[in-house]
Design a protein around this ligand. Structure first.
Ligand code: DOR
Ligand code: ZN
Ligand code: ZN
Length: 439
């Protein structure tokens, strides 16, 4: 089985290539990347005018299986990934039961293999049941396929437990993905603390809620030698602290979610829970600093924090509804529109932050288009202009603040292991599910 991708703008951070090239894929492997490849192929993709990137990797998604299948399943989440241009996703452990055991890790891996071609890599909980007390068996979890440990959804509040976890993570060589939120400081907050919260009459979430745990975790990473990845950074001081940590040579990386660089608290005009997420939409000054951090490569990764919830849950008031928005199917176009089209990021930096750096952080042999590597490839039309329509989402979660927003940059093909799993050409869209052998 061979596929020839013709005349695309190939953007590969590993070889610093940003040139028009052809790519020949043979049996799921990138065979060659050259000018004018003149080979016969089973399948030819005309990529003229398109950007061809290493398959996008999202370090932070919530697929709700098991326990909350009314919000999302591994199958529907993976379909959303394909539609969003993601070939690999890392799913958070705040399911029910929590992914805190080898059996649960195996269950996610087996289920994913059964239902999708997308690479679904599980993240294990730091403590049993995410209860913050008893640290899970990092070594066994890693051996069985956990690519990171995280308490996402909340922080490990006890600093002694957090330190011990980082010490063990450093020993085992598994990254710690930190959701930074001081449970006591956040109190009853639901949106950014400030004038806007006052105007709408909601309890606020101060920047300090995030900042004190970012500071603590960076210091604990220094104390233990752990590899620390900071999830969904939303504040100016987070960016400053990540910069300092890097200047000290610590093994610290950080991600920003598209909603945090696209929207501010001032975009919330009414009691609409599609604008409710954790951390919350921040001030203009925070957003500008996040963008600066991305531009200067202080911030390494763009990750979605894809957090689908059921319609009935998000129809509730801002105070009552759960935190979180879907992200997989809007990430490419928001990044293109807000960061690439505006000149804040080069396409190369986009490929770094959405594929190359994520692969490095979790230590997988992906995120590049070098010959010999697995053919995970994302093809994007940078000029296509369209209006986001949540009815078309493959995700079960329609909870987005971006419905009706005009954006640029549309995914044309998502290719995993040499197989097209999503295509959108000439107005015709197709998610190609895994071939399930007939019994
Ligand atoms: O907005 C969020 N939603 N933030 C989180 O940390 C958790 C997530 C979820 O699981 O819904
Ligand atoms: Zn989180
Ligand atoms: Zn999350």
């Amino acid at each position: 089985m061979t596929t020839l991708i013709k005349n695309g703008r190939v953007i590969d951070p590993a070889s610093k290539t940003d040139e028009v090239r052809d790519i020949l894929v043979e049996n799921g492997i990138i065979k060659s990347v050259e000018k004018n490849i003149d080979a016969a192929a089973d399948h030819v993709i005309d990529a003229e005018g398109y950007m061809v990137m290493p398959g996008l990797i999202d370090l932070h998604v919530h697929f709700r299986e098991p326990g909350f299948e009314h919000k999302e399943t591994i199958r529907t989440g993976a379909r959303a990934a394909a539609r969003g241009g993601f070939t690999t996703v890392c799913c958070m452990p705040n399911t029910k039961p929590v992914i805190d055991s080898v059996d649960m890790i195996k269950m996610v891996i087996d289920k994913a293999k059964e239902v999708t071609d997308i690479n679904v890599l599980p993240i294990a909980a730091i403590t049993a049941g995410q209860d913050g007390e008893y640290i899970t068996d990092f070594e066994k979890l890693k051996e069985n396929g956990a690519i990171a440990v995280s308490e996402d959804g909340k922080s490990v509040m006890n600093a002694r437990v957090a330190r011990q976890a980082m010490r063990l993570a450093a020993q085992v060589g598994i990254p710690v993905f930190a959701h930074c939120e001081d449970k006591n400081l956040v109190a009853r907050g639901v949106m950014n603390a400030g004038e806007k919260a006052k105007e709408l009459g909601f309890y606020g979430i101060m920047n300090a809620v995030e900042d004190v745990i970012v500071a603590r975790d960076i210091l604990l990473a220094k104390n233990t030698g752990a590899q620390l990845h900071l999830c969904h950074c939303s504040t100016q001081d987070s960016v400053r602290m990540v910069k300092l940590a890097k200047e000290e040579g610590l093994n610290v990386t950080a991600e920003v979610a598209p909603h945090h660089f696209t929207l501010t608290e001032d975009d919330i005009h009414s009691d609409d829970a599609n604008f409710k997420m954790n951390p919350p939409l921040r001030s203009r000054a925070d957003v500008e600093t996040l963008k600066g951090g991305l531009k200067d490569d202080v911030m390494d990764v763009i990750a979605t924090d894809h957090a689908p919830h059921h319609k009935t849950e998000k129809e509730r008031s801002f105070t009552e509804a759960p935190f979180g928005i879907t992200g997989l199917e809007t990430s490419v176009s928001l990044t293109m529109t807000e960061l690439v089209k505006t000149g804040i990021l080069t396409p190369m930096q986009m490929a770094e932050k959405m594929s190359y750096n994520p692969a490095k952080i979790i230590g997988i042999d992906k995120g590049t288009l070098l010959p010999g590597k697995t053919a995970d490839i994302t093809i994007i039309d940078p000029e296509a202009e369209y209006v986001i329509n949540s009815d078309r989402f493959a995700s079960m979660g329609k909870n987005t603040p971006f419905n009706g927003r005009k954006v640029y940059g549309q995914v044309r093909y998502t290719i995993v292991n040499g197989r097209v799993v999503y295509s959108n050409k000439n107005g015709s869209e197709c998610i190609i599910d895994k071939d399930v052998p007939k019994v």
